[in-house]
Design a protein around this ligand. Structure first.
Ligand SMILES: Cc1ncc(C[n+]2csc(CCOP(=O)(O)OP(=O)(O)O)c2C)c(N)n1
Ligand SMILES: [Mg+2]
Length: 663
């Protein structure tokens, strides 16, 4: 392809449009769109995508990892025929607009993932590329390549400085994700000034060392050179590709070009004028898209529509040639699998004491046969997290059919890659590590919650019950931290049956991620526990009286304590109720009437027990209640000794209860 004058005019139109929008909003980041407009245009004109149907399964994926440059994408979406109007662009960054400050998944059609926290997009893209190759292996047949697309990402200096991109890129190299192509907007400027201040490594050498194909485009305005680099990256099928594009931040704006001041503030009206004059555009018109540009864009829009309709035809003939596979393909894209999972709720074989991680592992293995698109793994802790699906193969550079992923010791990238796998579509991903290391992946977990995507986090070794490994490995504040993330369902089951309920919730929930919080140590299986756990909280053992003398509540391993305290208290003539609360979020979502039934407001004597410092319990125990909790960090020792040492004993629960009754 040879670009010519009209393409340059289109690129400059993107620049002016982006600058105008930032100026009008009086907020935003003009520098990146001005510098990266040519690479983005060269890329979008080489992608298979269609604004008329941004959901088409086999479209090329595009991620702007440097999410602060959002105006670049909104300009592209508008010109490429997506549902972003000029009015929407004039509303850039305004409340309720579809053009928010950073690109938001599920908010603006055509945005594949939410970006802004730098580096996340790189890892998301790795996940998308994993998903693509897995789907291709599963569904493609000779002549019917129904999964055959690229994943493109534009990353900035900041993205490549962040550790998450190193983790994810290293993994991508090992996995040989040949259809992953990253364009690096190398303007060597970030907020504080030149990247020489803090980032002097040889990025090309670094990526070569990861096993990537690396190319360099020395002139970021050279559309043909960029397109040629994209072409050769596409031909490289065994390695992911990095195209380092030398750009200038704020390109075209004489007072700002090449300077950090172009990064994150409006150029100023005079500078916007100067920019337009410099680019040969009319300085007096704003949000102006020349007619010939709209006319020209029709070529690309029609090309995209044709690509989509070709694929639709391919899928149709595939459905005739491979009806079973086709049906499975459709099924994998369905959101609701509650019917398929019904059996999971039938408690069978759960009788002997077992750790909830072990229970989770066996449930997962049962599920793996029924839910063919369940895929996941751990950050090098599968034997401990019990996240391995037996006989389901291991995903690698040489085997794309494996459903077990080895993320390596890379929690942050793992969570973000898992987001990417889900965002791609077709798959139900999970990932696991120790609860204590959820801190290492929090940035990505928060994004799962913001995006409202149902990925599953398997977080084991959930308390001082870890034992000898000591305080570094014993989570204390983590439950509170995860519970504080809006739209994250935290589920800490008390036994194997509740663990099944947790998995059921995780896989049937459509719009939020779930963190399953599991023990290392064995727990009894209560005869009263059930799928009532799906209500988040329920009465496990009740008092004989209509109004119990006291309510004991707990989650996870501490339910065992209140369960036994129940017997001791009854011997003392006290009539308690025992409430298991595996999930605050699910319990809070119940009708008031139900919650009142479980926790009647006129029973003010309440005790919560949890080996954490999650003060969220106070909303259930109130000011008159008592929380038996961890006050500081744990210690190294045998788990039973630790529980005793920190006051997690039946005797202590009974003592606190008696004191409360007598007070
Ligand atoms: C994880 C994270 N840390 C910090 C920021 C704040 N931030 C936004 S852009 C930016 C600098 C990015 O530099 P670069 O990627 O080179 O973008 P450019 O200035 O070239 O547009 C920073 C620090 C962020 N968005 N995400
Ligand atoms: Mg930069």
């Amino acid at each position: 392809m040879n670009y010519n004058k009209i393409d340059v005019l289109t690129v400059n139109t993107i620049r002016a449009l982006s600058a105008d929008a930032v100026q009008k909003a009086n907020s935003g980041h003009p520098g990146l769109p001005l510098g990266a407009a040519p690479m983005a245009y060269a890329l979008w004109t080489n992608m298979r995508h269609s604004g008329k149907n941004p959901q088409w399964h086999d479209r090329d994926r595009f991620v702007l990892s440097a999410g602060h440059g959002s105006m670049l994408v909104y300009s592209l979406l508008h010109l490429f025929g997506y549902e972003v109007s000029l009015e929407d662009i004039k509303d850039f960054r305004q409340l309720g607009s579809i053009t928010p400050g950073h690109p938001e998944y599920g908010h603006t059609k055509g945005i594949e993932t939410t970006t802004g926290p730098l580096g996340q997009g790189v890892a998301n893209a790795v996940g998308m590329a994993i998903a693509e190759s897995f789907m291709a292996d599963k569904f493609n047949r000779p002549g019917f390549e129904i999964s055959d697309h690229y994943t493109f990402v534009i990353a900035g200096d900041g993205c490549l400085m962040e550790g998450i991109s190193s983790e994810a890129s290293s993994l991508a190299g090992t996995l040989g994700l040949g259809k992953l192509i990253m364009l690096y907007d190398s303007n060597r400027i970030s907020i504080e000034g030149s990247t020489d201040l803090a980032f002097t490594e040889d990025v090309a050498a670094r990526y070569r060392a990861y096993g990537w194909h690396v190319d360099d485009v020395s002139d970021g305005n050279d559309l043909n050179a960029i397109a040629a680099a994209i072409e050769s990256a596409k031909k490289e099928s065994e390695k992911p590709s990095l195209i380092i594009v030398r750009t200038e931040i704020g390109y075209g704006c004489p007072a700002k070009q090449g300077s950090a001041s172009a990064h994150g503030e409006p150029l100023g009206t005079d500078n916007v004028r100067a920019l337009k004059e410099n680019l040969g555009l009319d300085p007096d018109s704003h949000f102006n898209i020349p007619k010939q540009v709209y006319e020209h864009m029709k070529i690309w829009i029609e090309k995209g529509m044709k690509a989509e309709s070709d694929w639709n035809n391919l899928l149709e003939s595939y459905s005739a040639a491979y009806p079973d596979l086709f049906n499975e393909y459709i099924k994998w894209h369905e959101r609701d699998i509650s019917e398929t999972l019904k059996d999971l709720l039938i408690p069978e074989g759960y009788d002997k004491p077992v750790s909830t991680r072990e229970a989770s592992g066996s449930i997962l293995n049962r599920l793996s046969a029924t839910v063919g698109n369940l895929i996941g793994g751990s950050a090098d802790l599968a034997p401990s997290n019990k996240t391995f699906m037996k006989n389901m193969g291991e995903f690698s550079a040489s085997s794309r059919s494996g459903r077990n992923l080895h993320f390596g010791v890379r929690e942050h990238a793992m969570a973000s890659v898992t987001n990417g796998i889900y965002l791609h579509g077709g798959l139900r991903p999970y990932c696991g590590t120790f609860l204590v290391f959820s801190d290492y992946m929090k940035g990505a977990m928060r994004l799962s919650a913001i995006m409202g995507i149902p990925v599953t986090y398997v977080l084991t070794h959930d308390s001082i019950g870890v034992g000898e490994d000591g305080p570094t490995h014993q989570p204390v504040e983590h439950l509170s931290s995860l519970r504080s993330i809006p739209n994250m369902t935290v589920f800490r089951p008390a036994d194997a049956k509740e663990t099944a309920a947790g998995w059921y919730h995780a896989l049937t929930c459509k719009d939020s991620p779930t963190s399953l919080i599991l023990t290392r140590q064995n727990l009894p299986v209560f005869k009263e526990s059930s799928d009532e756990a799906l209500k988040g909280g329920y009465v496990l053992r009740d008092s004989d009286k209509e109004k119990p003398d006291i309510i004991l509540m707990a989650s996870g391993s501490e339910v065992e304590l209140i369960y036994s305290a129940y017997d001791s208290l009854r011997e003392l003539g006290i009539d308690p109720r025992v409430v298991s609360i595996p999930s605050f979020e699910l319990f809070d979502a119940q009708e008031d009437e139900y919650r009142e039934k479980v926790l009647p407001s006129d029973v003010r004597r309440r005790i919560a027990v949890e080996a954490s410092n999650s003060s969220e319990w106070y909303k259930y125990i109130g000011l008159d209640g008592k929380f038996i909790q961890m006050e500081g960090f744990g210690a190294s020792g045998k788990a039973p000794d630790l529980f005793r040492h920190f006051g997690f004993t039946v005797e202590n629960v009974v003592e606190v209860a008696v004191r409360m009754i007598n007070s």
